[in-house]
Design a protein around this ligand. Structure first.
Ligand code: SF4
Length: 211
């Protein structure tokens, strides 16, 4: 298993309704809820963020394709909106995406551009199987959650160094299983085997504390 982003997207909220600070690779931005939902509209709301994700991914994917084809289309605009429908008693979310090109396009180009938009990575993610897993930690557990002790040794995992190359999970899966919680099972092998596997971590994300 390898996460898509090198670092997770970390967002925080305090007591101010409903200002969230979202950290991304090179800075922060504010997300909020609109006034009618009790927020102060200081930034995009969660649905806007969701739709801008598919909008911007569509644009970047189309730009790559158009440039590779050397078509003269200097500007593309995408409008995205969504509604929730009920089909046979089941809620279905429908996202509509309109593409507007700044030049005329042929029927053949239209067909290709629609196809390329439909296979942009975020479209494929949203139309594929999605699971959201949630874990909760209290104060100070954040530090403790990366320590895996047994009677002899404690394995320390530094997620910020882990490149999720999965060497540990492939070579000693009975101990390192990213799909399990906790993901390190200290009963899965002897202390010596764990020690040897930890030494093979290419990034230093795994280390041993204690004896
Ligand atoms: S071997 Fe190290 S870098 Fe690779 S997945 Fe395991 S902890 Fe992460």
């Amino acid at each position: 298993m390898k996460y898509t982003l090198e670092n997770p997207v970390v967002s925080k909220i305090g007591t101010e309704k409903y200002k969230c600070v979202v950290n991304w690779r090179h800075g922060k931005f504010i997300a909020d809820e609109p006034d009618f939902k009790g927020g102060h509209d200081k930034g995009p709301d969660p649905y806007t963020l969701l739709l801008s994700s598919i909008g911007t991914c569509t644009l970047a994917t189309l730009r790559m394709y158009i440039d590779r084809k050397e078509w003269n289309i200097p500007e593309i605009t995408v409008s995205v909106n969504m509604y929730i429908d009920e089909v046979e008693g089941k809620k279905v979310t429908v996202i509509d995406r309109d593409l507007q090109f700044s030049t005329e396009i042929t029927a053949e180009q239209r067909e290709r551009l629609v196809y390329i938009a439909k296979v942009c990575p975020i479209s494929k993610t949203l139309e594929g199987d999605i699971k959201v897993r949630t874990f909760a930690y209290g104060k100070d557990e954040d530090v403790k959650k990366h320590l895996y002790p047994d009677d002899d040794i404690t394995v320390v995992w530094k997620p910020e160094l882990c490149q999720h190359a999965a060497r540990c999970a492939t070579q000693l899966p009975q101990v390192f299983n990213p799909k399990a919680r906790p993901w390190v099972n200290m009963d899965g092998a002897t202390a010596q085997e764990i020690r040897e596997q930890v030494a093979k971590c290419p990034t230093g994300a795994l280390s041993i504390a204690g004896k």
